[in-house]
Design a protein around this ligand. Structure first.
Ligand code: BGC
Length: 394
């Protein structure tokens, strides 16, 4: 997944926030699941009530990673396994991850899930090109979304937070001149609306991906961006469980660094959203005008270190990155429901092997860690760096 080589990109800011340091090193005792149906009220900040679940899929990746680490890094890695992280259903086959994950979730926690399998996925980049081709929308609906909806209905006692299709609509706003995005546009719009409508179930809260401040935060992108997202919300029949947007997914921008990381660039005057806090507020206002719910969750999983990217739009395995602010509903901003970890830190953004079909030139840039495996694959060296560069520290 990536952030687009959009014409108008860029931004950032530093990690802030005071960190709650956990010292747990072993899995928590499993608390009980809810004994009755969960009903999430999308007019409230549900993250005040539910904690993001630390899932066993990520825990297992970490348990394996720990085997080849030095003792001090390993001790920290075990703490990372206790941090809530989203589960990515990035292929039809990976829907298999969903049911076991649901079974783990105690009643005071919420399972974070990323819906990510649109036909012609990642149209402005190559690293996360998916399994479905443009035109395979019927398959997306019946073999992907409907199946996920069926599982959610099967487990009404579990709270689930969905991030819907990272990068898809933002790409339609800024990369409509890219042929693959032009070809994908109708399927993205229909697919996202179908997902929002079909997954609108009482135990679900939904957020649609809104890129980040360096993407839709540019003056010229705010209004068209808000309108594009609002169109999907409206086409879905204004679903009741829809709460707003997810920003900075798999991204690098700081929450409230001021001045922002790219604010001394000559084009900074065209983007007031120099950190995610400003973006949430400014884009949130545009969403309101466009008639859409505008609360946000912000991915702070890998934004612990700033000043690493040569350009704001660089998105691939940024070298020197560190884990960021832990998931929390304590954001200090009413529109920002929560800091969450969406991208599981340690999974690659894309391969650096220039002979690979999904090689994207962003993964060969000088600020991208090399060598790196295919998107989603475990990246041991990168994970160890994230741990040791974490801010707040583990
Ligand atoms: C990849 C997915 C993966 C996700 C989380 C994306 O960039 O394309 O396959 O599940 O990252 O690591």
């Amino acid at each position: 997944m990536k952030f687009s080589q959009s014409t108008l990109l860029w931004l950032a800011a530093t990690a802030a926030a005071a960190p709650s340091k956990t010292s747990q090193e072993s899995p928590r005792a499993v608390a009980a699941a809810c004994s009755s149906a969960v009903s999430l009220d999308a007019s409230t900040n549900i993250w005040k009530k539910y904690k993001l679940h630390a899932n066993n899929f990520y825990r297992k990746e970490i348990e394996e990673a720990v085997l080849t680490m030095d003792a001090s890094t390993a001790a920290k890695a075990k703490e990372v396994a206790n941090v809530g992280t989203f589960v990515w259903l990035d292929t039809i086959a990976n829907i298999a991850k969903f049911e076991p994950a649901i079974a783990e979730v105690p009643c005071d926690e919420i399972l974070g899930v990323v819906i990510y399998d649109l036909p012609g996925r990642d149209c402005a980049a190559k690293a996360s090109n998916g399994e479905l081709k443009v035109g395979e929308l019927p398959k997306y609906k019946t073999e992907y979304i409907d199946v996920i909806a069926g599982l959610i209905k099967k487990y009404p006692n579990t709270a689930i937070a969905l991030v819907i299709e990272p990068d898809s609509l933002p790409n339609l706003v800024t990369n409509s001149d890219v042929t693959a995005c032009k070809n994908s546009a109708a399927g993205y719009r229909d697919g996202v609306a179908y997902a929002l409508k079909t997954l609108n179930l009482p135990n679900v809260i939904m957020y649609i991906d809104a890129g980040h401040g360096g993407w839709l935060g540019w003056d010229a992108n705010l209004k068209p961006g808000a309108q594009e997202l609002a169109k999907a919300y409206t086409a879905a029949g204004k679903p009741k469980q829809f709460r707003g947007i997810a920003t900075n997914v798999a991204g690098w921008n700081a929450w409230d660094l001021s001045p922002g990381e790219f604010s001394s660039k000559s084009d900074a005057k065209y983007n007031a959203c120099q950190n995610e806090k400003t973006y949430v507020t400014t884009f949130g206002a545009a969403l309101k005008t466009a008639g859409m719910p505008n609360h946000a969750i912000v991915d702070t999983g890998r934004n612990g270190v700033q000043g690493l990217r040569e350009e704001w739009g660089n998105w691939c395995n940024v070298k020197g990155a560190g884990f960021g602010i832990r998931p929390s509903a304590d954001t200090g901003v009413e529109l920002a429901d929560a800091f969450v970890w969406v991208k599981p830190g340690g999974e690659s953004d894309g391969t650096s092997d220039s002979s690979a079909v999904r090689f994207d030139s962003f993964c060969g840039k000088s600020d991208a860690y090399q060598p790196s495996p295919e998107a989603g694959q475990w990246h041991q060296a990168y994970f160890e760096d994230l741990i040791n560069n974490a801010n707040p520290a583990f």
